[in-house]
Design a protein. Structure first.
Length: 285
């Protein structure tokens, strides 16, 4: 009997121990569950925060891209306006030297013709009248004095009228001379400006510019490859020279064909007013 009691007692102890262990495990599981819930909550909140951050970043990125595009558009427009203005200023400041000579020649011819016509019209007024007076006095023995005086008076009156008209024309011509002087002075300053712009170019730069001009005359355009072959230079060197020319105010136009090839042109405004030979002559002055 004792053995049976001991066995039951041991079983009871074992049951109690198991019960305690189960209770401990249950408590641990409960605690772990709570911690897992807390971790899940933290993860959820973190995820929400990340989503908010992502949304804010996306908004900032869109805003940045919009501002960047606006800035790029503004910059491109400013550059276009700048080059248009520069091209216009160059057009104004680079009149052809031959136009200068033709204008000067035309002014000289006009002035000469005006002076000559006035001289022919009024030359009799500047001739001495002693021969006429003497002939009247000798031939008529002084009898025609009154008639001679009347004629002289009429002639003087006519001369005064003509001289008044002549003086008015002289004043008008003075204004014309003044305007012509201003035009000539302006043309001289323009000629100096053209010479200054191209005088600043190095020999190699003017060679590249001349080749661009010649190729456009020959085939309608030039590009880095054709310039490289013609001048026996690398394409990167040609690009560098083109950048220098544009930087120094030489009106070159770059056009992209098929989003790939760059074609180069001389500004049509420049070609209309000045030839390559004239540019080279001005540069050598």
């Amino acid at each position: 009997m004792e053995n049976i009691k001991d066995s039951f007692r041991k079983v009871k102890e074992d049951m109690t121990l198991l019960k305690n262990e189960l209770s401990y495990l249950k408590n641990n599981l409960s605690s772990t569950h709570e911690k897992l819930i807390e971790v899940c909550d933290i993860l959820i909140k973190t995820n929400e925060s990340n989503n908010l951050i992502k949304e804010k970043l996306k908004l900032l990125e869109n805003e940045f891209l919009n501002k960047k595009n606006d800035s790029v558009n503004i910059l491109e427009n400013d550059l276009k306006n700048y080059f248009k203005l520069k091209d216009s200023l160059f057009f104004i400041s680079s009149l052809d030297n031959s136009l200068d000579k033709q204008t000067n020649s035309l002014l000289e011819k006009t002035i000469s013709k005006t002076d000559y016509s006035n001289y022919i019209k009024y030359k009799d007024d500047f001739k001495p009248r002693n021969d006429i007076i003497l002939m009247n006095s000798i031939g008529n023995e002084g009898v025609q004095t009154n008639r001679q005086t009347d004629r002289q008076t009429d002639r003087q009156t006519d001369r005064q009228t003509d001289n008044s008209s002549y003086n008015t024309k002289i004043e008008i011509k003075k204004d014309t001379f003044s305007d012509a002087s201003e035009v000539i002075s302006s043309l001289d300053s323009i000629k100096k400006e053209i010479r200054y712009k191209f005088k600043r170019l190095t020999d190699q730069e003017i060679l590249v510019f001349s080749t661009i001009y010649q190729l456009e005359e020959e085939i309608g355009f030039s590009d880095y490859k054709s310039l490289s072959v013609r001048l026996n230079l690398s394409e990167s060197s040609i690009r560098d020279y083109v950048r220098r020319l544009i930087f120094k105010g030489i009106p070159l136009i770059k056009e992209k064909v098929n989003n790939k090839e760059i074609q180069l042109f001389i500004s049509p405004n420049l070609k209309k007013i000045v030839s390559l030979s004239t540019i080279l002559e001005l540069r050598d002055l």
